[in-house]
Design a binder for this molecule. Structure first.
Ligand SMILES: Nc1ncnc2c1ncn2[C@@H]1O[C@H](COP(=O)(O)OP(=O)(O)OP(=O)(O)O)[C@@H](O)[C@H]1O
Ligand SMILES: [Mg+2]
Length: 471
């Protein structure tokens, strides 16, 4: 018999529009889309264009868990998401969310995976199969929150796969992954796709999207491109669509050296159960741009957290501007060093964008001269009264950047600041960093994506096995 299963539509969307409650404009407008079983679809487009909203509509999370106005229809394996309960839909489609940490609930990996099956009724054979497939076998008794980012994602994917859904949606899955973990995840997705799963990948990382077989571009809530042309990502016009061209040249830089020592780290060691940092020493000059590289879990964030006293020095010394870090008050350090966290969700607390930024100024005892300038610089002026929680992740990242940089600290530490940003916002941030570098600021960036910073980087530090080396 001829296999016609590939003809089956797993997702059918008709005239879908959605507005979040209280939003001025719809997040999705008149979307029509049909996805066949076994397709490998990339969804691309600038920050705030509606990618995550569309993903949430394709899982029933919208309208079941978000308030707003939905028009049109979404059918998952023929089931209307509005007319069916969420647990009936979720067995057909699983999602790895943009903020995937919020999907982890249990203190043990095996329970996390079992939980998806009613009453934890998973056979040990199935558990073994899934853990092997996701390379989780040695981790089953570990606490998911203590795993590396790639491992956390694999736990969630495993917990989705136990219910054997037809469709797997991944919203920006490479955001926190080092290159090895990225390739590993890609391998898993290609394997699942080859075995008939429909994969939908939302990403700003065009390099990662290159194995997809269909490309959708969303702008301003509408689908503006839908193509099965495999060469699409190499086309010149994709930057006009707000997408980073594959192998985009982020430029080169003449290295500048600084003689004025600003930060000295001597024999810094740090231990939680096992040693994380082992006798690290480094010198950073005034106005230098330092890029810190290293695999997931190597200790990069742990190192920089010492610089702004988020972590207390256990062993060793840190001297900044000639003074031991222990002699700085928390407030003095906060004034001197701006720190942008890895995940913007961890940096946003207030009720409006403007309050978020004003809070920094108030807590550091600064006046409001910079407030409007900063709102403008990060393209946030029209959003100033909106709650920062009701934004897309890339928009939240811009808010987090603005709320720290408004105080114009002398030293700026950015932990993987680019990954949620679209092409325009990335270019914008590089230009901004160039301007503040030229004005003499010291910048330390942690990243798995060194190419973005090529035009700025003076020195590269590599952290591996708790030790530091310079490239
Ligand atoms: N909970 C919410 N309440 C109100 N508006 C929201 C909410 N979440 C997102 N929005 C708005 O809906 C629009 C689409 O957001 P969405 O999160 O789908 O964008 P995205 O394409 O996923 O962006 P990103 O690339 O930054 O992840 C944006 O204008 C955003 O500000
Ligand atoms: Mg999103």
């Amino acid at each position: 018999m001829v296999d016609l299963s590939w003809l089956i539509m797993v997702i059918e969307i008709e005239n879908l529009s959605f507005s979040f409650l209280g939003a001025k404009k719809p997040a999705l407008k008149n979307i029509n889309l049909r996805i066949k079983r076994g397709e490998f679809v990339a969804i691309l487009g600038p920050n705030g264009c509606g990618k995550t909203t569309l993903a949430l509509c394709m899982t029933g999370i919208i309208p079941h868990f978000f308030r707003g106005k939905l028009e049109g229809r979404v059918l998952i394996n023929g089931k209307d998401t509005r007319e069916n309960e969420i647990h009936d839909i979720i067995s057909d489609v699983g999602i790895l969310m943009q903020d995937y940490e919020s999907q982890l609930f249990f203190p043990r990996v095996d329970d996390e995976i079992r939980f998806q099956i009613e009453n934890f009724g998973i056979s040990s054979k199935k558990m073994e199969e899934i853990s092997k497939e996701m390379k989780l076998s040695p981790l089953l008794k570990r606490n998911p929150l203590e795993l590396s980012e790639g491992e956390k994602q694999r736990v969630i994917i495993a917990s989705i796969l136990v219910t054997d859904p037809d469709i797997l949606i991944l919203d920006e899955p490479t955001s926190q992954l080092d290159s090895e973990e990225r390739e590993h995840l890609l391998g898993i997705l290609r394997h699942l796709n080859a075995h008939g799963k429909t994969i939908i990948l939302i990403t700003h990382n065009t390099h990662f999207a290159r194995y997809c077989s269909r490309f959708l571009v969303i702008r301003d809530g509408r689908i503006v491109e839908d193509t099965r042309d495999r060469g699409f990502l190499e086309k010149a016009h994709i930057s006009d669509l707000g997408i980073e061209p594959i192998n985009y040249n982020w430029g080169n830089h003449k290295i500048s050296t600084s003689n004025d020592l600003q930060i000295t780290i001597r024999d810094l060691s740090y231990k939680v159960e096992r040693p994380v940092l082992k006798k690290i020493s480094a010198d950073i000059g005034n106005g230098e741009f330092i890029l810190i590289l290293g695999k997931n879990g190597s200790g990069k964030t742990t190192l920089v957290k010492h610089l702004n006293k988020l972590l207390k020095v256990q062993k060793g010394r840190i001297i900044i501007n000639g003074k031991g870090i222990e002699d700085y008050s928390q407030r003095e350090i906060a004034k001197l060093i701006g720190f942008i966290f890895q995940n913007p969700e961890h940096q946003i607390f207030r009720n409006s964008v403007e309050d978020e930024i004003r809070f920094t100024l108030d807590s550091l005892g600064l006046n409001e001269d910079n407030l409007n300038k900063t709102l403008e610089l990060f393209n946030l002026k029209e959003y100033r009264d909106r709650s920062p929680h009701a934004f897309s992740t890339g928009e939240k990242q811009r808010i987090a950047l603005a709320s720290v940089l408004v105080s114009e600290p002398d030293i700026i530490i950015l932990d993987e600041p680019m990954t949620y940003l679209d092409f325009e916002a990335k270019k914008h941030l590089i230009e901004y960093l160039r301007a503040i570098k030229e004005s003499g600021k010291t910048i330390i960036v942690i990243s798995h994506y060194p190419d973005y910073y090529k035009s700025l980087t003076d020195r590269r530090f590599i952290i591996a096995d708790g030790k530091i080396s310079e490239e």
